[in-house]
Each structure stands twice: as C-alpha cells, then as structure tokens.
Write a protein that binds this ligand. Structure first.
Ligand SMILES: Cc1cc2nc3c(=O)[nH]c(=O)nc-3n(C[C@H](O)[C@H](O)[C@H](O)COP(=O)(O)OP(=O)(O)OC[C@H]3O[C@@H](n4cnc5c(N)ncnc54)[C@H](O)[C@@H]3O)c2cc1C
Length: 338
C-alpha cells in the first residue's frame, strides 16, 4: 500500500477532535494531501453544541482539562485566539444525599461560544466533506477507495485514517484486519442519554453544575448559561448514568425526557417550569479505560490503515486531541522510513 506518488493522499474518516488534529498535523507536511469525511453536517463530533434560536446546549463534552505538556502551545494559541476560555463554575457533588463543593485546583476549559467551536476552529483550512458517511473501504493493489452511503466511491488514497469511536471503526476495519485490529475490537464504549432543557427561570441553587453520584437516573447536570458567551437563555444539560442509559438505549428519545426531568426535580427539591426539552442519545459516549502505557494511536504501515480517537487515550477531549496528532505523526514517520 501507499506507493510513492508526488503527494501522499490521505483520507481521514471523522471530523471530531481526533480526526481534525490528525488532518492539521498531516497538512504541515507539504508532501501530504488530506481529505476528511464526516457523516454529520458540522465538525467537532462529541465536543458538540446544539443551537436552536437563542438556546444553546453543549450536549456532549461539558468542559475539558489540560494535563499533558504536549498540548501546552495549542492551549496558549487557542486561548489567545479566543477559541477557549476558562469556565469558572461553582461545581457541586452529591454523594449519599450529602452535598459538597467539587471545585478543585484544575481549570475547567470550554470552547466559546460553544464546545463545537473548537472543532470549527480546527476545521479551518481543512478539506472536510460533511454529510458523507463512509460505509466501506476497498483496497486494490496499491490504493484505498472509500464508499459512502450515497453510493459514491472516493479515491484513490494512499492511506486511510479512522478517527471515530472504536465500534464504528471496527465496522470499517474488520474486513481488512490491520495489525491493530485487536485493540479496536477490545474497546467497548458506554452510551449516555442527554436531556437538553430550557427553564422559564433559574432554579434556586447555589451551584452551576453538579456531579450526581447517588441517583438512579442522573449523573451530571449543568447550567449552560454559566459558561462564557452562551447567552442568557436558561438552558440546562442533564446527563444520565451509564447503566440507566444502557437500559434505555433503544427507547424513543422523546420518552426519556420525563423521567430525566423527574429526577432533576427531585435533585433540586423543586418543580422546574420547562419551556423546551428534548433528549439526545449518544450511543458511543465514553470508552472503557485503557492501560496507562497503551499506544496513543495505531498506524499499520503494511496496510496503510490507522485509527485514533479518545478510546486510545482516556475518553476525554484532551485524549482525543493527543491521539489524533499521534496518529498523524506515526504516518509521517513511516514515510520517512521508506
Ligand atoms: C455525553 C458526553 C459527555 C462528555 N463529557 C466530557 C467532558 O466533560 N470532558 C471531556 O474531556 N470529555 C468528555 N466527553 C468525551 C469527549 O467528547 C470525547 O472524548 C471527544 O470529543 C472524542 O473525540 P473523537 O474525535 O475521538 O471522537 P468523536 O468526537 O466521536 O468524533 C468522531 C467523528 O466521526 C464521525 N463519524 C462516525 N462514523 C462515521 C462514518 N462512518 N463516516 C464518516 N464520519 C463518521 C462522527 O460523526 C464524529 O464527528 C464526553 C462525551 C459525551 C458523549
């Protein structure tokens, strides 16, 4: 695979943070041409924002933390560009019916004006084909072709990098058996049901967000308007527990709003006045933990296939960013070795 041409043509599948970091890193090489295929109509993947008139909801990733020095320069650049800002939230936690403050030394960062803004920033200058779902990969002697769900074939490409949740990558990779396939197969991901709720008025609580560690339904609630640049609509995001989300996974999302609002009312010990509420099902929300020494990404030079994503690196925004960059670096290193 990957016969040397004037340029190496790379297809990246998935315009989440991992795929966009991979694409941007590859584009730093003049020898590489990158095309990203994304099934939805916007970048960012699970670092998502739903906008509906004056309502705005970060219904996937809530915030992110920065621990790894390899992202230090990016963090400075994104902050200077106004793409991210600290979220100085009052965060509470409830355990066994007892409330406590959950503020710690770590800064909680958010993209502005919505979590999707980081993906939108990273997508600038990248050739992303939106609303293009990759349904299969086909190889001929030296090249790869991508089939999309509109029955089109795209290519040829010298390399294909998948930057999606592991089960979705597995669907495309299983027939081609790259050397890292067992890592993809082994990674389970848990779902999360989210409720996106606009209230008529702010509830009388002394916190902006809460980890709910003792409820049968809810795991996290957050007042979106407490984040910078979100507007004034009283928008809340409620995330259900993983076990409840598993049990409700095939239910009609609309039917899940009521039980989540009931749990929210119980949490607040009040009855909220709801203006608008919808549920969203994240089928692959959070990956199973990986070993600390697990590879940040997987590139198989023999097949010219690679895979990255948060599932390689801790199930968080920072892990996705690091994994995407690592995958691009592995591919570029393989070109130098040839
Ligand atoms: C409910 C929830 C809460 C979270 N909270 C936090 C948090 O507070 N802090 C934190 O750090 N992280 C959090 N996360 C995790 C964080 O969102 C992820 O770690 C990160 O966004 C993953 O990025 P990724 O690029 O690896 O994958 P994704 O964001 O999943 O990107 C994959 C992309 O691939 C696309 N795609 C999939 N299949 C195909 C296909 N066949 N063809 C084309 N495109 C395809 C998808 O549409 C998507 O855009 C949360 C996630 C969820 C769901």
């Amino acid at each position: 695979m990957g016969a040397r041409t004037s340029h190496q043509r790379v297809a990246v599948v998935g315009a989440g943070l991992a795929g966009l970091m991979a694409a941007r890193t590859l584009q730093q090489s003049r020898d590489v041409r990158v095309t990203v295929f994304e099934k939805s109509r916007a970048p960012g993947g699970r670092a998502a924002t739903r906008r509906d008139g004056a309502r705005t909801f970060d219904h996937g990733a809530q915030y992110f933390t920065h621990r790894d020095a390899r992202l230090a320069d990016d963090m400075v650049a994104w902050r200077e560009a106004g793409v991210i800002a600290p979220w100085n939230a009052r965060v509470a936690a409830r355990d066994n019916g007892t409330w406590r403050a959950a503020n710690d030394a770590e800064t909680r960062w958010v993209a502005v004006p919505g979590m999707r803004s980081l993906g939108e920033h990273l997508a600038q200058g990248v050739d992303v084909r939106y609303a293009d779902t990759v349904s299969a990969l086909r190889a001929d002697a030296e090249r790869w072709w991508l089939h999309t769900s509109d029955a089109q074939e795209h290519g040829p490409f010298d390399h294909v990098l998948l930057a999606m949740p592991a089960p979705q990558s597995h669907t495309l990779l299983a027939a081609h058996a790259p050397d890292f396939l067992s890592h993809v197969t082994a990674t389970a991901m848990q779902p999360c049901i989210a409720a996106l709720v606009e209230l008529a008025a702010a509830p009388a609580v002394s916190w902006d967000a809460a980890f709910v560690n003792d409820d049968a339904v809810l795991a996290w609630v957050a007042r979106n308007a407490s984040k910078p640049s979100r507007g004034t609509a009283e928008c809340w995001v409620l995330h259900a527990r993983a076990d409840w989300s598993v049990a409700q996974l095939e239910a009609e999302p609309a039917s899940l709003v009521a039980p989540m609002l009931d749990a929210f009312n119980q949490l607040l010990d009040a009855r909220v006045d709801v203006v608008h509420a919808v549920a969203h099902r994240w089928r692959y929300a959070i990956p199973a933990p990986v070993a600390a020494d697990a590879p940040l990404a997987h590139y198989d030079a023999a097949s010219a296939l690679g895979a990255a994503g948060d599932w390689c690196a801790g199930g968080r925004v920072e892990g996705a960013l690091l994994s995407g960059r690592a995958l691009a670096e592995q591919l570029l290193a393989s070109l130098v070795r040839r």
